[in-house]
Design a protein. Structure first.
Length: 338
């Protein structure tokens, strides 16, 4: 699948904006509750920016009492299930908590308000789209494996280089398992692993120079929004094989694609009961990988803080987010951020 380059024009249109919150909306009952709407701000870029976007809309548009709180998938979901807080997690990856979340939904302690990423997460091995146009056989992993000469290792040009997932990530094990399953060592390849920042820098440098590169990456991310990359075709997802590929104690590695994780807007159950306008809002905020990767470009290109990136999205993509809210809510948000 080709990930079309997100146009930078809108992302670079507004720089250095400083947000000034609007005064509290006196006696405004639009939010539907006096209870605090605390939103989990996860540590990765997409979830953090989404948390700030929603905090601005709920605070300035709906008049909610909003607070951002630190979050992580396992701890945030556990707190929702046990304590009813935080109120909302805007990007809750289900891959590691699906069974527990389903039980809690059945018990009535949590609810899914919507899909945060409507087309699921993306993980895989990628190559430049221009390279695939020149060498169509590179569409599949078998085709890539047969051509290490097209991806020379800068430190050992006699071999090809495949960039693994960052050290310590499950993706590092998954890439290493595919490397073994495809016998890439015997085919003239080196497996290379660097941290996430160095990986991103290597990818951007290769695309800037027009160099070939075979790399692991994931989305939504600014990197996949900036480069025209194609995901290499792997065999269909086999859950058992993938579990082995990401388990250091399993030796029966095999060939499988990365599964796409469902990503929810998850909430403590009281939100749907006590703040129906908030629940209705979150039911409409789903975005695609391309949408989210695109909004992250601004922060990456301008070294902007998360809040600035959120404000830039609200200022420059009014055609997009105003479809989530009633007209009067949109007017209040626009007035606050301009």
């Amino acid at each position: 699948m080709t990930l079309r380059k997100w146009k930078l024009a809108w992302a670079l249109a507004v720089a250095g904006a400083t947000f000034v919150g609007a005064p509290a909306l006196a006696q405004d009952t639009t939010c539907g509750t006096d209870r605090k709407i605390d939103i989990a701000e996860m540590t990765w870029a997409s979830a953090s920016v989404l948390a700030h976007i929603h905090a601005i809309v709920l605070g300035d548009g709906y008049g909610c009492n909003v607070e951002l709180v630190p979050g992580a998938t396992v701890t945030t979901s556990a707190s929702m299930m046990g304590a009813g807080e935080p109120a909302v997690a805007p990007e809750l990856w289900m891959s590691s908590i699906a069974d527990r979340w389903a039980e809690a939904e059945a018990d009535g302690t949590v609810v899914k308000l919507g899909d945060a990423i409507t087309d699921g997460t993306i993980e895989g091995l990628f190559i430049p789209a221009t390279l695939l146009e020149e060498y169509p056989e590179l569409a599949t992993m078998d085709g890539v494996t047969a051509r290490p000469d097209l991806f020379p290792d800068p430190e050992d040009p006699s071999k090809g280089r495949v960039y693994s997932g960052p050290p310590g990530w499950a993706a590092e094990m998954a890439t290493a398992s595919l490397y073994a399953a495809y016998a890439m060592d015997d085919s003239g390849w080196n497996l290379f692993s660097v941290d996430s920042a160095a990986l991103a820098a290597s990818i951007k440098r290769a695309f800037l120079r027009g160099d070939p590169i075979l790399f692991y990456y994931w989305g939504p991310t600014a990197v996949l929004g900036q480069v025209d990359a194609v995901k290499v075709e792997l065999p269909p997802v086999d859950d058992d094989v993938y579990k082995c590929n990401t388990n250091a104690d399993c030796n029966e590695v095999g060939k499988t694609d990365w599964p796409s994780s469902m990503v929810y807007v998850g909430a403590s159950a009281w939100v749907a009961d006590e703040a129906p306008a908030v629940a209705e809002y979150f039911s409409k905020v789903g975005m695609t990988n391309e949408d989210i990767s695109g909004l992250l470009i601004y922060g990456d290109a301008n070294n902007a803080e998360t809040r600035e990136t959120a404000e830039n999205f609200l200022q420059t993509r009014q055609d997009f987010w105003t479809t989530w809210v009633p007209a009067d809510v949109a007017e209040r948000v626009i007035a606050a951020i301009n």
